[in-house]
Design a protein around this ligand. Structure first.
Ligand SMILES: Cc1cc2nc3c(=O)[nH]c(=O)nc-3n(C[C@H](O)[C@H](O)[C@H](O)COP(=O)(O)O)c2cc1C
Length: 177
C-alpha cells in the first residue's frame, strides 16, 4: 500500500517527527511504500478562494508553489497520515494550508484510509483537531479512520509512544475491516 505522511511540524527532530519515524519504520518493515513530506518546510501558500480550480482549472490549483509536488502524492496514495503539533488547539498553519489546498481536487480517489498523529504540550487539547479530522477528512472523503495517536508532556519522544506507532505501522492492512 502507498502511504503518504504529511508532517506539519517545523521541527525535524521534534516530537511529531519522532512518532512519524516510528510509524514509518513499522510500515516499511511491513512492506508498505511510504513517502513523508515535512510540509512546514515547504512553500505551500494558503488557498486564495479564487475558484480557478472549480472553473477554468478542472481541479488544478492556479498557485504554482510546492503544493504542486503534493497533488500527485495525494492521487497515488492508498492511505494518508496527517501528523501535526497542536498549535492553539488545532493543526499547525502549515498543515492547515495543505488541507485547505486539497479544495482544488476535493476527494482523492485512491485513498481508503487515513490516520492522525498529534503532539502537544498539554493533555485534553485535541478536540478541535480531531473534530476537523473526522468531519473534513474521514467523513468528507468517505474513508476509514485507521487510528488516532496523541502524545503530550512526558509522553513526547517516549519509548512507549514509539512502540505504539511502530506497532500500528507494522500491523497495517490494506484491506479495511
Ligand atoms: C505556536 C504554538 C502554539 C501551541 N499551542 C499549543 C496548544 O494550544 N496546546 C498545547 O498543549 N500545546 C501547544 N503548543 C506546544 C506544542 O504542541 C508542543 O510543544 C509539541 O510537542 C510540539 O511538537 P513538535 O516537537 O513536533 O514540533 C504550541 C506550540 C507553539 C509553538
Amino acid at each position: 500500500m502507498r502511504i503518504l505522511i504529511l508532517n506539519g511540524s517545523p521541527h525535524p527532530d521534534g516530537a511529531t517527527a519522532d512518532m512519524v519515524a516510528a510509524f514509518e519504520k513499522g510500515a516499511k518493515e511491513a512492506g508498505h511504500d511510504v513517502v513523508t513530506f515535512s510540509v512546514a518546510r515547504m512553500n505551500v501558500k494558503g488557498c486564495l478562494g479564487c475558484e480557478y480550480c472549480h472553473n477554468k482549472g478542472e481541479g488544478k490549483c492556479v498557485q504554482q508553489d510546492d503544493m504542486q509536488r503534493l497533488y500527485p502524492a495525494f492521487f497515488s496514495a492508498d492511505m494518508v497520515v496527517f501528523a501535526s503539533p497542536i498549535y492553539y488547539f488545532t493543526f499547525s498553519a502549515q498543515l492547515q494550508a495543505v488541507i485547505h489546498r486539497t479544495y482544488a481536487f476535493g476527494i482523492p480517489k485512491n485513498v481508503k484510509q487515513t490516520a492522525l498523529i498529534l503532539s502537544s504540550g498539554d493533555a485534553f487539547v485535541y478536540g478541535p483537531a480531531i473534530t476537523q479530522y473526522y468531519q473534513s477528512i474521514v467523513e468528507y472523503w468517505g474513508v476509514k479512520n485507521a487510528g488516532i495517536f496523541t502524545a503530550n508532556g512526558d509522553k513526547n519522544k517516549s519509548e512507549e509512544k514509539r512502540q505504539e506507532l511502530y506497532t500500528f505501522g507494522k500491523n497495517l492492512k490494506e484491506e479495511i475491516a
